[in-house]
Design a protein around this ligand. Structure first.
Ligand code: UGA
Length: 436
């Protein structure tokens, strides 16, 4: 099929390349010339495992192209809209400027029978307000939320765990769902659940999934807070409750909490939308989820201060990790970088390293020192703070080796990813999150 993808950020660029990889002819469209130039050269504008490969293949096959010209949407059977919905400058609600602009620029290019598939994460009710404009142009709107995880985005797009299509009631909606089934034919053929809903449900599936994941993380981090005053170990607690299949161990990783371009802004936008709908109390707990999450960053800073005897002023601290999670170069609302910035604000000499995210981190926080080499980062440090659990730190960093580089013997494990016993055995004072 011929597809257009409006918005070539994280979601759109991966979607465009992934759709080309399963055989569609795809044009990716974005207003950001630099991004389009990079993609047109076949270069991934951000680090995402597997993206470079499918991008190069797509460009070589002639089935994938990128442009800033919205005219290129002409003739596509399905137009995906995957532009950003950041948090508003003032307040917690989602900023729909890019969504509205994308729909306004796309509408004149729609033909009778075209499908517009909204993928952006939007406040519930948005699709219903956009649908009439799409219908006026003879096309049909479907809401098709995206559940990809950064670091696994290519796999999640080609082989998702479920597909959701929010459609209008009746024949028009059924036809739209059928066309989406055709787009995602390989996944559908595999038996991937394809759930057809109304618009509001599809929009809510997306935000409630992220709200649930955020709540799960904050739940275990709340248990970490209790563990800290009782001497319990939250990692063992998570293992034990996680064996209950109704609970499950995944997303019970206690630490410095969640960040990134999705979970934090999505729970805030959800709470703001619920407030507008007069149901603020229904998701009031999300404010608590947010508050618990932010407190964990404070806690990591406290542990470093404690480890260094009451003050970090003038101390050299090696910060391992800047990305909001491993396998990503994304530093949007990164808890790792936030901890580094806070310590820097307290007068510590901060040296940050990360396998992928240094360039992005430096752009955001040029006041910090960045060193690409892990061992150089550790050299002469008074304390080591691990805040993004890359394998380079979690698995491939023996405490005995680190001891040959650092001055101090204090390690704060912001992700509970290090082997506490091994570090202690090597003479280190080890601090975990929610662990004795
Ligand atoms: C999240 C969702 O997981 C995706 O399903 C969703 O599609 C995406 O947002 C989105 O809305 O676009 P992502 O932001 O890539 O995906 O990252 P996650 O893997 O969810 O991790 C989010 C944060 O939670 C990271 O900072 C991670 O370190 C943290 N986390 C995760 C924990 O602190 N503990 C855990 O146990 C798991």
């Amino acid at each position: 099929m011929r597809l257009s993808v409006i918005g070539c950020g994280y979601l759109g660029a991966v979607h465009a390349a992934a759709m080309a990889s399963i055989g569609h002819h795809v044009v990716g469209i974005d207003i950001d010339q630099r991004k389009i130039d990079a993609l047109s050269r076949g270069e991934a504008p951000f680090f995402e495992p597997g993206l470079q490969e499918i991008l190069s293949e797509g460009m070589a096959s002639g089935r994938l192209e990128f442009t800033t010209d919205i005219d290129a949407a002409d003739g596509s059977a399905v137009h995906f809209v995957g532009v950003g919905t950041p948090q508003q400058q003032s307040g917690h609600a989602a900023d729909l400027t890019y969504v509205n602009e994308a729909f306004a620029s796309l509408t004149p290019h729609l033909r009778e029978g075209d499908i517009v598939a909204g993928k952006s994460t939007v406040p519930v009710g948005t699709a219903a307000t956009l649908a009439p404009k799409v219908s006026d142009a003879g096309a049909t709107l479907v809401w098709n939320p995206e559940f990809l995880r950064e670091g696994w985005a290519v796999q999640d797009t080609i082989d998702p765990d479920r597909l959701v299509a929010g459609v209008l009631e009746g024949a028009e909606g059924e036809r739209a769902a059928d066309i989406l089934r055709e787009v995602y034919a390989p996944a559908v053929a595999k038996g991937t659940p394809f759930i057809v809903t109304d618009y509001a449900t599809a929009e809510l599936v997306k935000v409630s999934a992220n709200a649930f994941l955020a709540t799960k993380i904050s739940f275990i981090n709340a248990m970490a807070e209790i563990a800290e005053v009782t001497g319990a170990d939250v990692t063992l607690l998570a293992d034990a409750i996680g064996h209950d299949v109704r609970i499950g161990r995944r997303f019970l990783g206690a630490g410095i909490g969640f960040g990134g371009g999705c979970l934090p802004k999505d729970i805030r936008a959800f709470a703001a939308r619920a407030e507008e709908l007069g149901r603020g109390e229904s998701v009031n707990f999300l404010r608590e989820v947010d508050a618990i999450n932010m407190r964990r960053r404070d806690r990591a800073v406290e542990l470093v201060i404690e480890g260094l005897g009451g003050s970090v002023f003038g101390k050299k601290i090696a910060v391992l990790g800047a990305a909001f999670k491993p396998h990503s170069d994304d530093v949007r609302d990164s808890p790792a970088l936030d901890v580094a910035v806070r310590l820097n604000g307290l007068g510590a000499e901060i040296v940050v390293t990360d396998p992928r995210a240094i360039d992005n981190a430096r752009r955001l926080h040029p006041q910090l020192t960045y060193v690409a080499d892990r061992d150089e980062t550790l050299r002469d440090a008074d304390a080591v703070v691990m805040v993004t659990e890359w394998d380079e730190y979690r698995r491939e960093m023996a405490p005995e080796h680190v001891s040959t580089l650092t001055d101090g013997r204090v390690v704060v494990d912001g992700r509970n990813g290090l082997d506490a016993a091994a570090w202690r055995a090597a003479g280190w004072t080890y601090y975990g999150m929610g662990r004795p």
